[in-house]
Design a protein around this ligand. Structure first.
Ligand code: G3P
Length: 219
């Protein structure tokens, strides 16, 4: 499963990219609103840092304006993936833009049939929002499993991008469900590296090594 960071913060992206296991970035208008500076310049810096797919979302809801926005965003950098919401006008825009060779991430997917429609329209990535479904008292991961199954059964090219992942268990379950990509906030990415037994084990190894060196020097 590819790891994407769900942020528009360049510093977070630089930190994660320096570890060598970051495959891409997803942004949305809420994440972009938290950042200072020129939006398009920030996007270029993000693309050059991550050197992989970077989703940038349209902020209009009519077919014509989404297509226009999508074309403009796609020209900003070769790594840009245009993010389009799962609405009827959005599906039309996905069809047009994807047939022009523009990569699309269809966002705000809350049912597997919505995902199937977006895949048929030509979206490269399908983004089910796991955490937001969990928030309603339902199991968001069921949607990821269903979407992966549909893609495999029907030999579709789209990739399931598990989004709205809130903790490492979401990341684990998305990977086990066969999601092609998991996008997560930097805090969740950081949590995924940690295990107390790793820290305890390392401290013990280093302590034992130090002791053996001291004994060697004494003997
Ligand atoms: O990738 C979608 C994500 O930005 C939504 O996350 O935690 O706001 O549901 P969340």
């Amino acid at each position: 499963m590819k790891f994407f960071l769900d942020t528009a913060n360049l510093q977070e992206i630089q930190e994660a990219a320096s570890l060598g296991v970051l495959d891409g970035v997803t942004t949305n208008p809420s994440l972009v609103a938290r950042e200072k500076g020129d939006y398009l310049e920030n996007l270029i810096r993000i693309c050059e840092t991550v050197k992989g797919p970077v989703s940038a979302e349209v902020v209009t809801t009519e077919y014509d304006s989404m297509v226009e926005e999508g074309r403009k965003l796609a020209k900003v950098h070769k790594h840009i993936v245009v993010k389009i919401p799962m609405i009827r006008e959005g599906v039309k825009a996905i069809k047009t833009l994807s047939s022009e060779g523009i990569k699309i991430n269809c966002t705000l997917i809350f049912s597997a049939v919505q995902g199937l429609i977006a895949a048929k329209a030509g979206a490269t990535y399908l983004s089910p929002f796991v955490g937001r479904i969990d928030d309603t008292g339902h199991d968001g991961m069921v949607l990821v499993r269903d979407m992966v199954q549909i893609i495999e059964l029907h030999d579709l090219e789209a990739q399931v991008l598990a989004a709205s992942l809130r903790h490492p268990m979401h990341v684990l379950e998305a990977a086990l469900a066969g999601a092609h990509v998991g996008t997560m906030p930097k805090s969740v990415f950081d949590q995924c590296f940690k295990h107390p037994l790793t820290d305890i084990g390392l401290a013990r190894f280093l302590e034992d090594y130090k002791k053996s060196q001291a004994q060697g020097a004494a003997g």
